[in-house]
Structure formats: structure tokens, C-alpha cells
Design a protein around this ligand. Structure first.
Ligand SMILES: Cc1ncc(COP(=O)(O)O)c(C=O)c1O
Length: 469
């Protein structure tokens, strides 16, 4: 209001003052921001009163949907009780203690991973991955193997954008400007059959090749230099990429053979996104470290967690009398308000059976997309697990020729989808748009979203045809 009164609009104030993350400065200065004013369930409205179905759930994170007053109430109670106190030097608070206990129990029971010992808290998926990166080093330093430090990630992976996490991320666009990745991070092939299989290669042969590449990388670098392998069970930003059958079982065997730790990055897949509580369960992963964020609070409060396995924890614990305090942590580690919001959020997910709903609505959304746009000449692949779905574009469906690099067909479609009142995310690594709506979405909303998407695709047809030539 003050801005308007001064004849200086909020849009203009944003343009002149706000440095936006992952945004083109030139485009922001030209087009200004989209100011989101509110939301309920799966719907948002912007400041101009436009209604949008959010099939992104923000950045894959608003699992319970918008406008859940219980989360605000939980935050208000926690703030009134204890706005903040730190958790360094063993200070603690009740909400975060209860959350740590609940997370270990949930992951042990729902993911079938018994050997998890402790939870370390941060405020973002990136910092949780930095924590895991450092714990891997600490573990090997304590074990007297300082040369065993390298971490293998995959091309197309997204693990965040801080210095270490940004290095683990396997997408060149995030590296170029910042001289990343740092030394000690390696990337192996992306397990996306539709796009990266060679002509004539079936899925089994493709998986054989991925495993052979990984084995060769480990041999080339020397197994005694490789500390860990990090993976999203289903890759998100890479394009909602579902791994080929047996891929993770075979990766697991290789890691065990060479004493290499497994970090499961469940920042997107955690808390029901794939139709189960944690996607580690889908592929039988037995991680030594787990990264959680996003759905932990449905993004109503910035909170992340690193679950630390017994294998690492026992080394830290036994060394502790001699090694001194673990010199790692953040001002907001173990924030009481985050703990309270996460507990209320987990209550909603459980009480309203949102994981079960994702398990039903995911296949329904995929089926609707296949029926409505599956025959479209530029829609190549529709895939996913639960409510984590990708639609990948292809320039020639028969020969599986992809669009030229940088032509970005998915951005054109996503922009037209916005004009139709639908938010989907344009993912650059594989010319994919993703659908990852809040887990509370129902069939009528899915029908509406798919209809809006089909209209957007029809409107983009001339540009796609031109780009496909
Ligand atoms: C799998 C995965 N890991 C880590 C991150 C980083 O999380 P944040 O943006 O909270 O730092 C993301 C964010 O999208 C993610 O998708």
C-alpha cells in the first residue's frame, strides 16, 4: 500500500530492489515479477487476481497444499513459547527432540532402513547435502583414510546450489559461472533410458552400460579414493527420471564391494511425493546418509535434515572422547519453530492419508496425460512415480531426434500453460515439464489441469514445429 501511495508500484519496487534466485536479470528488468498473493489447496492467486493451479507445488515442496492454518497455528504457538534458542553445546528444545525421534522411526519403518542413528538439522536441502559431504570426509579422516574422499554423483542430478552441493549437482548450467564443480566430485552417467539409450539398446543393455561405466570410473580413480555415491532415487530437476529396473540393486552391490557410502537425496522424494513415504523403499536402498527438506514442513518453514546411519555414527561416537566436538552447525540448526511446524505437517500427511492419495492420483494423472496428449507429435515420453511426473518433448518421435540444445521447447509450453492458468515446471536438462502438484490434489483438479495443459500445448504447436525443423 505504501508503495502504491508513493506512486511506485510493488512490481517496480521488486524490479529495483530484489535480486531473484535463478532468474534472468534482463528478463526480470523487462517483464517484472509475478507476485503471488495467496493460495488454498492446489490453487494460487497472483496480485492481479489471476487464479493458477500449481502443478509444481512451489518447487516440489508444498506437499499438504496451500493455506493450511494448522501450520500457522503450530508456528505461532512455538514462537510464543520459545521463539528461538540455539542447539550448539547440547542445548535442545522439545519440538526438535520429538521431530528427530519421529523422523528416525518413520524412515526405519517406512523405508525399511533399520540402521539410522541420528538426525542433524539445517534449513535447506543444499545445506543438508553440504553437511553430508562434510560428514563423509570426517568419517574417513577418523578412520585414518584421508585419501578416501571423492564423491560420485550423476549427470543430471540436482543436489542444491551451495558450493559443495552445487558441485554434486550434475547440470553444467549451474556450474559454468562459478567455476564448479570443486575438486573431489565426479559425475557418472545419467540413468535415463528414453533419452540416453543408444540406438538399438534395450533397457537391460543400457543398465549394463551404466554399471560398466561406474565400475570403470571407480577403477580409474582407485576405489581407495572414492568415499561416497549420492543419488536422488527418482531424479527431479533432471526430468522426473525413474531409474531402470535393477539399476540401484547393481549400484548397491558395487558400492558394497568397494566400501563406498550411499547418500540418498530424498529432498523431493521424501514425505509421499512418489506415492510411498520415502522412495528409498521403492528401490531397496540402504543409505548411510539421507537428505530431507521440502516436504518435511511442506515448505511452510525452512527446515532440512540429514539422517546419519549407524556405520558413520559409530565411528564419530567412538572417536569423540579424543576428537573433541563436531565443529559443524548453523545458527538455525534445530530451530524449535521448524520442529513444531514439521510435527504438525506430518500429522496432516498421516491423518489425511496424503501418501495414499499420491499413490492413487499419480497413476490417474499419468493416464489422463497419456490419453489427452500422448499422441501429440512432440510429446515423446510421459513417466514418473506417484505425483512426480515428467513430460519430455522430442523433435521427431519416430527417430527419437531431440530438439537442438538451447531451443528449450519446454519453456515455451510452460509459459503458455501459465497463460492458461497452470503452473508446471520447465526442466532444462531433458526438455521436460514436470507435474508435481500438492499431494492433496483430487481427480477433478487433475482433469482441469490436464485440460489447461492440452490447450497450452496446442497454442505452442507453431513454435514447436518451427523449432523441430
Ligand atoms: C533432490 C534435491 N536435493 C537438494 C535440493 C536443494 O534444496 P534447497 O533448494 O532447499 O537448498 C533440491 C532442490 O530442489 C533437490 O531437488
Amino acid at each position: 500500500m505504501v508503495a502504491d501511495a508513493q506512486n511506485y508500484s510493488l512490481e517496480e519496487m521488486d524490479r529495483q530492489s530484489f535480486f531473484h534466485p535463478t532468474t534472468s536479470i534482463a528478463e526480470h528488468l523487462r517483464d517484472g515479477p509475478t507476485i503471488i498473493a495467496g493460495g488454498t489447496g492446489v490453487r494460487l492467486r497472483d496480485r492481479r487476481g489471476r487464479e493458477l493451479i500449481d502443478c509444481g507445488a512451489g518447487l516440489w515442496c508444498v506437499n499438504v497444499g496451500y493455506g493450511r492454518a494448522e501450520l500457522g497455528d503450530a508456528a505461532a504457538r512455538a514462537m510464543a513459547e520459545l521463539g528461538y534458542y540455539h542447539t550448539f553445546s547440547a542445548y535442545s528444545n522439545e519440538p526438535i527432540i520429538r521431530l528427530a525421534d519421529r523422523l528416525l522411526t518413520l524412515f526405519r519403518e517406512k523405508a525399511g532402513v533399520p540402521g539410522l542413528a541420528r538426525v542433524f538439522f539445517g534449513t535447506s536441502g543444499s545445506d543438508a547435502n553440504d553437511t553430508n559431504f562434510k560428514l563423509v570426509r570426517y568419517y574417513n579422516n577418523l578412520r585414518g583414510r584421508p585419501q578416501k574422499k571423492k564423491i560420485i554423483a550423476r549427470l543430471g542430478a540436482y543436489h542444491g546450489l551451495t558450493y559443495a552441493a552445487g558441485s554434486l549437482t550434475g547440470i553444467a548450467a549451474f556450474h559454468r559461472a562459478f567455476d564448479l564443480p570443486v575438486a573431489g566430485v565426479l559425475h557418472t552417467a545419467c540413468p535415463h533410458f528414453y533419452r540416453f539409450a543408444r540406438p538399438g539398446e534395450n533397457e537391460a543393455a543400457f543398465t549394463d552400460r551404466l554399471i560398466a561405466d561406474l565400475e570403470a570410473l571407480i577403477a580409474r580413480e582407485g576405489p581407495d579414493t572414492i568415499a561416497a555415491f549420492i543419488a536422488e532415487p527418482v531424479m527431479g530437476t533432471g526430468g522426473a527420471l525413474v531409474p531402470p529396473k535393477d539399476y540401484f540393486a547393481r549400484v548397491g552391490r558395487l558400492l558394497a564391494e568397494h566400501d563406498i557410502l550411499l547418500i540418498a537425496d530424498e529432498v523431493i522424494t521424501g514425505f509421499g511425493r512418489t506415492g510411498v513415504w520415502f522412495a528409498s523403499a521403492l528401490y531397496g536402498l540402504q543409505p548411510d546418509l539421507v537428505t530431507l527438506a521440502k516436504g518435511l514442513t511442506s515448505a511452510y518453514f525452512p527446515l532440512s535434515a540429514s539422517l546419519v546411519g549407524e556405520r558413520i555414527w559409530s565411528v564419530l561416537r567412538e572417536a569423540s572422547p579424543h576428537s573433541g566436538p563436531v565443529m559443524h552447525g548453523f545458527t538455525y540448526s534445530g530451530h524449535p519453530v521448524g520442529g513444531a511446524v514439521a510435527m504438525a505437517n506430518l500429522d496432516i500427511i498421516e491423518n489425511e492419508q496424503m501418501v495414499e492419495n499420491a499413490a492413487q492420483m499419480g497413476p490417474y494423472l499419468r493416464q489422463c496425460l497419456r490419453q489427452r496428449i500422448g499422441d501429440h507429435p512432440f510429446v515423446g515420453d510421459i513417466r514418473g512415480e506417484g505425483l512426480m511426473i515428467g513430460v519430455e518433448f522430442v523433435a521427431d518421435k519416430q527417430t527419437r531426434r531431440f530438439f537442438a540444445p538451447d531451443s528449450q521447447p519446454q519453456r515455451l509450453v510452460a509459459r503458455n500453460a501459465f497463460d492458461e492458468g497452470l503452473l508446471v515446471r520447465a526442466l532444462g536438462f531433458t526438455d521436460t515439464v514436470s507435474f508435481s502438484p500438492p499431494l492433496c490434489i483430487g481427480p477433478a483438479e487433475i482433469d482441469e489441469a490436464v485440460e489447461r495443459f492440452a490447450r497450452a500445448l496446442a497454442r505452442t504447436m507453431p513454435e514447436l514445429s518451427r523449432l523441430a525443423r
